[in-house]
Ligand binder design. Structure first.
Ligand code: ATP
Length: 217
């Protein structure tokens, strides 16, 4: 997880994984430095924002030289805790949940779905991509046993809040919520909300209404 949140503003922290992935690619292709313009084109964030973000990382870009790729890679690894894999639980093995179980997060990220939960008798007891699916009755016990504090929520919206209340009791600290439900949680719990239908609608809206403005995000 991000360690230096006290110093790095949240908007910048959210872009860290994006920067990290690109810097990793540069590093594997043998590049030693990168300019804010190159970064900007690759990650689609304007270069003024990149320069401001990178100043929080202690990375000082030099004119005509750019940023040192090795320095950035070390910084992102340390800050995002990439030396250690974060175990994640998934709740709701429907279409979306199943797709996440098939997706190899480890390829680009040091996160791994270790365990999944559902209420459907056909799914419980089976596994998908070597991830076992357990009954919801076992969730508190399993999450504690495996020391899992981060979960992905891909259940129907009407059960999302009840499940969230149980997750809080099970000491979960972060929830990636793919349901359209707006969830109530205590301030200590972090929720990131991804509503794919809304994102798609927003994309279509921007294409229609701001066709020239490619910098919008
Ligand atoms: P998706 O929305 O991912 O496309 P879907 O349309 O296949 O999924 P949904 O009805 O949205 O199915 O349910 C998603 C999954 O959540 C299903 O596998 C369902 O069995 C599971 N589910 C439903 N209620 C609960 C619950 N209370 N706790 C855990 N899992 C649940």
């Amino acid at each position: 997880m991000i360690q230096e949140t006290a110093k790095i503003p949240q908007a910048t922290a959210k872009r860290l994984p994006l920067y990290y992935r690109f810097i990793q690619n540069l590093h594997s292709s043998g590049k030693q430095r990168v300019s804010s313009k190159e970064l900007s084109e690759a990650v689609k964030v304007d270069s003024a924002t990149i320069r401001r973000d990178f100043s929080y990382f202690g990375a000082l870009g030099k004119k005509g030289y750019g940023y040192n790729v090795n320095y950035l890679l070390t910084f992102f690894r340390k800050t995002l805790d990439q030396d250690e894999t974060t175990k994640v639980g998934l709740i709701g093995v429907g279409n979306l949940g199943t797709a996440f179980l098939h997706y190899n997060f480890l390829k680009n990220n040091n996160t791994k779905i270790e365990v999944a939960f559902d209420v459907s008798p056909e799914k419980i007891g089976s596994d998908i991509s070597d991830v076992p699916i357990y009954h919801m009755d076992d969730i508190e016990e399993k999450l504690k046993e495996l020391n899992i504090e981060v979960v992905i929520l891909t259940v129907p919206a009407h059960v999302a809040q009840t499940i969230t209340d149980r997750l809080i009791d099970a000491d979960v600290k972060g929830i990636l919520n793919f349901t359209p439900a707006r969830l109530n949680v205590p301030p200590a719990i972090r929720i990131h909300h991804i509503d794919l239908a809304v994102e798609l609608q927003s994309l279509v809206y921007f294409l229609k209404n701001y066709p020239q403005d490619t910098e919008m995000s």
